[in-house]
Ligand binder design. Structure first.
Ligand code: FEO
Ligand code: CA
Length: 675
């Protein structure tokens, strides 16, 4: 399926669904072996023929949950999550487990500075939007400002915009040749992207409130936020543009999906689908972009899917038009570090962390004191990465920031014998040489994907968020890959046409997150376990409410427990369930169970989640409510528009479209969540 096909497919209703479909276009030329080859290579054909495939082998290949026998009698295994599970479903509002409050804290358009105008949805301006909470909240982080954690800074990514439910009378623009996109609407879209830093505090009754005049409150956007570029690619010829001959500066950040907080309290914003923002007027007869094969950037643009032409920004700004600025896309696809404590600070793009469709950037400190960041590249058949700093984390904040400039980026190879090898991306080592197009480490970082292809990394089922736990364990969310054929299977991605994804657990050697090898196993295979053809594997004590499809974001709470949020996109009708947040047990007899804690209103994707250090507050972000798959909502059965949305969550005001919003969850009467 090409971009042209997707735009003309009547079954694809809105931008969020189109995003999912665009992810169906794999750009990785590598193919892996069949599952038969995998099993044979790993265990030896004779052993299999003799029926000697023992417990160790099947555990690694098929996940521990497959081996958990149904429990006898009434004794359910002990899940550590203490709450009564929510019932599954899909309707116009959100739901949380009994005994918890879920309060809408920040909505698209809410003023976040003292001088911000009130939101006026019928008279939006870019100037107002730059002082208001942005669109499509995704990652949420929190920096406490006092010892008891009752005041702090919320750091929120705004990934993208949905013009059809954002602006009155406009409708989907990518299908309409962007005919309705005025220069002002383009600026509003750009101002609604990026991020927000917002101070929040608990009031006397313990309820979280926005501190509108908080001194650190700020908006970050691709419209006007100046950033610097550092690391191996800083100043590189391939980063130089007409408005920046130094190759060290850039305006803005794009498509900030998940992210992370560093141990010293800075905020990492991951740039995901940056390719979608680039424009060309060089089209073939079918309207498909033509890449000049003689260009130095041709192979790179092809591998990264540039230009995507999802937005018309390149019609107004040369920096989004590759005909005029062929190097401009090389300034995006990085991880951006922001110091939320200093509202005047200049965000930094750290090129040492590589360039790809960064889903997230969750950090930990290894047992030998180094900073380690796990990062997925969210495309079908792309890779899982990890960054390890050269130096150690210390109490010196300025010195710590340098840890993001000097370190080693690794890509994962999941071997059939259950080991994971972390392969370093270092110029001059192995195939990463000039004869393969890598003249220096800057080239290796700019074309991280191509370098990883050459190293033989394992093509995955769309690596989304990844979460280290600090004890050498990490969880990798693999959301789905409907394009994986029987011939493309590998041990770590064992299902063809996987609609529902799976979760991999990594145990690094010696419990050290900086180790260059470890072991892996599949924690759960997602989807409905009652349907044999789905091939799901959960602990059998998972209820019909608890299983889910398409794991996306994740978090570890104060007690080391795993929480997983889902994004099924427009295909939620395959499960019938809204997206939500699930408590997934990783330990003991209950390993592989899952319980539903929170669910989204229809058409919304579940982002966040983030727990405060005391475990008493949980932030979740409802992204694009009312959009995904609303043709399948019984009684609605059409695509949402500004005038006619499937839900008007969270305001339920007839004059207001649905608004993405951050929700804060606390236990009634206080205390830790799910304890
Ligand atoms: Fe923005 Fe891969 O989710
Ligand atoms: Ca995501």
């Amino acid at each position: 399926m090409t971009r042209h096909d997707i735009l003309n497919d009547p079954s694809i209703g809105n931008k969020a669904e189109a995003y999912e479909a665009f992810d169906d276009i794999p750009t990785n030329p590598n193919l892996e072996r069949t599952i038969g080859d995998v099993i044979n290579a790993r265990y030896g054909r004779r052993e299999i023929l003799r029926g000697m495939l023992g417990v160790t082998a099947t555990t690694t290949l098929f996940g521990t949950s497959a081996l958990v026998a149904p429990h006898q009698g009434n004794a359910a295994p002990a899940s550590r999550y203490r709450f009564d599970e929510l019932a599954w479903g899909n309707d116009e509002t959100h739901h949380v487990a009994d005994g918890y409050d879920a309060q809408v804290l920040l909505r698209w358009g809410d003023p976040i500075t003292a001088d911000a105008p009130e939101f006026d949805v019928m008279n939006q301006t870019a100037a107002a939007q730059l002082k208001q909470f942005g669109y499509n909240n995704d990652y949420v982080g929190f920096v406490p400002l006092n010892d008891d954690g009752t005041r702090g800074l919320l750091c929120v990514n705004h990934e993208y915009t949905n013009e059809e439910v954002m602006f009155p009378g406009l409708g989907r623009q990518d299908r309409a040749g962007f005919s309705g996109m005025t220069p002002e609407l383009i600026d509003i879209e750009m101002a609604a992207h990026g991020g927000s830093v917002v101070e929040i505090a608990k009031d006397a009754s313990g309820v979280w409130q926005v501190v509108r005049d908080g001194k650190m409150n700020r908006r970050i956007s691709p419209l006007d936020t100046a950033m610097t570029i550092d690391g191996p690619a800083a100043g590189h010829a391939r980063l130089q543009t007409n408005d920046d001959p130094t190759g060290t500066k850039v305006i803005g950040t794009l498509n900030n999906c998940a992210g992370g907080m560093t141990p010293w309290g800075t905020w990492l914003m991951a740039e995901e689908n940056f390719h979608g923002y680039y424009w060309t007027d060089n089209l073939d007869a079918d309207g498909k972009p033509v890449i000049d094969p003689t260009s130095r950037e041709a192979a790179s643009q092809k591998r990264y899917g540039v230009p995507g032409m999802w937005y018309a920004w390149g019609q107004k700004y040369d920096r989004f038009n590759i005909d005029k600025e062929p190097h401009a896309p090389n300034k995006f696809g990085w991880v951006v570090e922001v110091d939320p404590m200093d509202p005047t600070s200049t965000p930094i793009k750290h090129t040492a962390l590589g360039r790809f469709r960064h889903e997230g950037a969750e950090t930990t400190v290894s047992s030998d004191g180094r900073l380690v960041i796990y990062m997925g590249d969210d495309n079908r058949f792309d890779y899982q990465y990890k960054y390890v700093s050269g130096g150690k984390v210390s109490g010196d904040r300025a010195a710590n920031s340098k840890l993001l400039s000097d370190g080693t980026l690794y890509v994962a190879r999941f071997e059939e014998d259950g080991t994971v090898l972390w392969l370093p991306l270092i110029h001059g080592a192995g195939p990463l040489t000039a004869e393969n197009g890598f003249n220096d480490q800057g080239d290796v970082m700019i074309d991280t994907r191509i370098a990883a292809d050459l190293l033989g990394a394992t093509p995955m089922d769309r690596p989304e968020d990844a979460q280290p736990r600090g004890d050498g364990t990490a969880y990798i969310m693999l959301t789905n890959n409907t394009k994986r054929g029987e011939d493309d299977l590998n041990a770590a991605n064992p299902r063809a046409k996987s609609s529902f994804g799976h979760i991999i657990e990594i145990k690094e050697q010696g419990g050290n997150h900086a180790a260059t090898m470890g072991t892996w196993s599949i924690l759960v295979k997602c989807g409905d376990p009652s349907l044999a053809e789905v091939g799901a594997q959960w602990n059998p004590d998972t209820s019909e409410n608890g299983w889910f499809g398409s794991p996306d974001n994740c978090a570890i709470d104060a007690d080391g427990r795993l929480w997983v949020s889902t994004d099924q996109g427009g295909s939620w009708a395959k499960t019938g369930k809204s997206d939500g947040l699930y408590a997934v047990e990783t330990e003991g007899d209950a390993r592989g169970t899952s319980k539903l804690f929170f669910r989204c209103p229809v058409g919304g994707e579940m982002c966040g989640p983030y727990f405060t250090d005391d475990g008493e507050t949980l932030f979740v972000a409802v992204q694009h409510p009312g959009t995904d798959g609303t043709k399948n909502l019984a009684g609605f059965e059409r695509n949402s528009t500004f005038e006619d949305p499937a839900t008007r969550w969270p305001d339920f005001d007839p004059a207001m479209p649905p608004r993405p919003a951050v929700v804060v969850i606390t236990k009634q009467g206080g205390g830790k969540i799910a304890v």
